[in-house]
Structure formats: structure tokens, C-alpha cells
Unconditional design. Structure first.
Length: 119
């Protein structure tokens, strides 16, 4: 199951016998404050399946990536790290893409692979 961010993400859920894991596509320049991501995340986390983010990165058509997926300026991936560690804590996985979205082509890309300690 793979809905995009936004309301009613669970409406795409066909039932437990058809689903192994659930993933959301979520591109945002401010993932900690993106209400559409929060709605989708909250909608799927109670379905009883492993869940995460099948696509993350800066917003398409935002300040960092144009509508043709060309990089306009580097995105700070510490924003996604913060969101994953503070808000989307139940997510089991995430995937980024290449080119304009690749962690190595942006600022603080390595922080995506760092779990913040709550201690």
C-alpha cells in the first residue's frame, strides 16, 4: 500500500490479508510542520502493519526542487532527521531518491542515517 501524503490515506487500505507493509510518499520543505504528512501518518499508523516513508525529500515545486525535478538549491536534510526522530517515530523505514533528492547532493544528508537518542 502506498498512498501520498494527505487526508484519508487509510482509504487505500485493502485489508490486512493483502498488505505486508505500508508506505507514504512525502515530499516537504518543512516535514515537521506539514499537516498533510501528519494526517497520512496518523491515518496509517493504527492499521497494525509495519509502516514508513517510501519517498521523502524536499517538496517538488518548492524552494529546492522545481516541477521537473531539477535542484534549485540544496535542501537541509536535518529537517527530515528532526521530523523522523521527533514526530514520525514509529516509521520503520524511509527511502530517498537520486539527483536533486539524493542526500549526498544536499546539506546534512548524512543526518538521515542518525537516530537521535532520547536519553
Amino acid at each position: 500500500m502506498l498512498p501520498n501524503k494527505g487526508a484519508n490515506a487509510a482509504a487505500y487500505y485493502p485489508g490486512s490479508s493483502y498488505v505486508t507493509w505500508i508506505g507514504i510518499d512525502a515530499y516537504s520543505d518543512d516535514p515537521s510542520n506539514d499537516n498533510e504528512i501528519k494526517m497520512a501518518y496518523n491515518d496509517i499508523k493504527g492499521l497494525g502493519k509495519t509502516y514508513g516513508f517510501c519517498e521523502i525529500g524536499p517538496a517538488v515545486g518548492g524552494d529546492h526542487v522545481d516541477r521537473n525535478n531539477n535542484q534549485l538549491k540544496e535542501f537541509d536534510y536535518s529537517l527530515w532527521n528532526k521530523a523522523l526522530n521527533e514526530i514520525y517515530t514509529g516509521a520503520s523505514f524511509f527511502i530517498t531518491w537520486d539527483g536533486a533528492y539524493a542526500p549526498q547532493n544536499n546539506t546534512n544528508g548524512s543526518t538521515l542515517f542518525t537516530k537521535e537518542s532520547s536519553q
